[in-house]
Design a protein around this ligand. Structure first.
Ligand code: UD1
Ligand code: CA
Length: 488
């Protein structure tokens, strides 16, 4: 294989997106459109990548540089056409030889293997140019492949753009995907020969094909099996459609790798997610960013996990999590909210209506019900009672709470940080824990219960509450239940 340069055209605008964000930077499956193209290009084994930027380049250029720092950036000040854009790239990178593939920055479904197959065929045949073409039922808007015999087996003689085509040419269903492999020295020589005497007054890269034929050089088209690979997203509806296709591709790939997905249609998995074999994903689940799920874990239904790690055999139900770590065999949900910095140990539990932030919960420790755990460390085997609040914020600063191992904490406790509870300690229900608790101690702060007799009748006179109290008192009910027998 000769040296492979890939040019990514990303200078055009995206007016139909109606967005302040450049088209190429819109995302599907957790990556920008151009990010998907750059991934395919890297997979294809490009030794050099040249990105042509123009429209909103103050946003596009740094984005490309972040994904692929070694990419050469070529600036196209005015969008004078694909031929002009490629010329900017060839000049910026001093391309003079090898193989050069032109791609677009807005075709996120392009596969690295398709680029590789195109390059292999192009090089084996020793042509000046090989067009990646496709057969589509509705070719409107695309450049059409012209063949000598008129049919798909005849030799390629050129590409005609939609606006320049005759009615007869518009009936051709073989289209230019836009991706074309060139011999580098032919390309460098032909670009200055391309003019703009056409319907759009643009420099068409596609004119290079007829020029090669006129020079007696070899050109041909390599027909793509799956034309969606070359589809661009021009508006938000197309963006969603491509996103769905890409998601299907990702979900199918994971199923082939041994992941059970009960409902692929409602399961959304980003490109960078990693799943182990025998993971089960239940309906309505979104796996976002760098989320990783280990073997035998069951996630869903209805979970959104972003940049989250789920351990071997863990069970996560109806949960929202971000930058969280759930240990092997742990249990989360339903209706749990794991905010950044949540780390749940092996076999631990975070239950229903529990919010956790920036906290480490030890192995086997449990926060089963209706609690807020913020900025805390909870030791192994500790049980936090229902309705517990870790009051971490004094209005100015956040403070930590540290709870030791095998602590039993009653329900309705408020830990006012900073505070430390020693190993094996206990806290009584409804306690307000402001002072450190030594190991093994029981801390109680809720006072003795006092019953103020007749309070309701005095303070809530005229209410159903008062009426109920009055009836019970008149009937001689002691606390709750039947009247006490008087012995008559
Ligand atoms: C182009 C092809 C057409 C093909 C179609 C496939 C030409 C002349 N036409 O048409 O044969 O069927 O793509 O989608 O090549 N760009 C620049 N600078 C420019 C112009 C375009 O960077 O000056 C970039 C755009 O950002 C875009 C790509 O090149 O990524 C294609 O440009 P576009 O204007 O969409 O070309 P089409 O008219 O669709
Ligand atoms: Ca286009």
């Amino acid at each position: 294989m000769s040296e492979l340069t890939v040019i990514v055209l990303a200078a055009g605008g995206g007016t139909r997106m109606k967005s302040k964000t450049p088209k190429m930077l819109h995302q599907i499956a957790g990556r920008s459109l151009v990010g998907h193209v750059l991934a395919a290009v890297s997979e294809a084994g490009a030794s050099r990548v040249v990105a042509v930027v123009g429209h909103q380049r103050e946003l596009v250029e740094p984005h490309i540089a972040e994904i692929l720092p070694e990419a050469v950036i070529a600036v196209q000040e005015e969008q004078l056409g694909t031929g002009h854009a490629v010329r900017m790239a060839v000049e910026a990178a001093s391309v003079a030889g090898g193989t050069v593939v032109v791609t677009y920055g807005d075709t996120p479904l392009l596969r690295g293997e398709s680029l590789r197959a195109l390059v292999a065929e192009h090089e084996a045949a020793g042509r000046a140019a090989t067009i990646l073409s496709g057969i589509v039922p509705e070719p409107f808007g695309y450049g059409r492949i012209l063949r000598a015999s008129g049919g798909p087996s005849g030799g390629v003689s050129g590409i005609v753009e939609e606006k320049d085509a005759t009615d007869e040419q518009r009936a051709i269903t073989e289209i230019n995907s836009g991706i074309i492999a060139f011999d580098g020295s032919f390309l460098a020589g032909v670009l200055p020969r391309i003019g703009n005497d056409n319907a759009k007054k643009e420099f068409y890269l596609t004119d290079a094909i007829a020029l090669a034929v006129a020079d007696g050089l070899g050109v041909d088209a390599y027909v793509l099996d799956d034309v969606t690979e070359a589809e661009g997203a021009n508006d938000r509806a197309q963006l969603a459609a491509l996103g769905k296709i890409l998601n299907e591709r990702i979900v199918t790939r994971w199923m082939k790798d041994g992941v059970t997905v009960m409902d692929p249609a409602t399961t959304w998995i980003d490109a960078d997610v990693e799943l182990a074999p025998d993971v089960t994903i239940l309906p309505g689940t979104q796996l976002i960013g760098a989320t990783r799920i280990d073997e035998d874990a069951v996630v869903g239904p209805d979970c959104t996990l972003k940049d989250t790690e789920i351990g071997h055999g863990a069970r996560v139900v109806r949960t929202q999590a971000e930058l969280a770590v759930v240990g092997p065999g742990a249990n989360v949900g339903p209706f749990s909210y794991l905010r950044p910095g949540t780390v749940l140990g092996d076999e631990g539990k975070i239950g229903g209506f529990v919010e956790v932030k920036n906290s480490t919960i030890g192995a086997g420790a449990k926060v089963p019900h209706l609690s807020y755990v913020g900025d805390a460390t909870i030791g192994e085997g500790t049980n936090i009672g229902a309705g517990t609040i870790f009051a971490n914020y004094d209005g100015v600063n956040k403070h930590r709470t540290t709870i030791g191992r095998h602590v039993k904490s009653g329900s309705g406790v408020t830990f006012v940080a900073p505070v430390v509870v020693g190993d094996g300690a206990a806290t009584g229900g409804e306690s307000l824990i402001r002072e450190d608790v030594p190991p093994g101690a029981l801390a109680v702060s809720a006072g003795q219960q006092r019953n103020i007799e007749g309070w309701t009748l005095k303070k809530r006179a005229g209410t159903p509450q008062a009426a109920a109290a009055e009836e019970a008192l008149e009937a001689g009910v002691p606390v709750l239940g039947e009247p006490v027998a008087t012995g008559e």
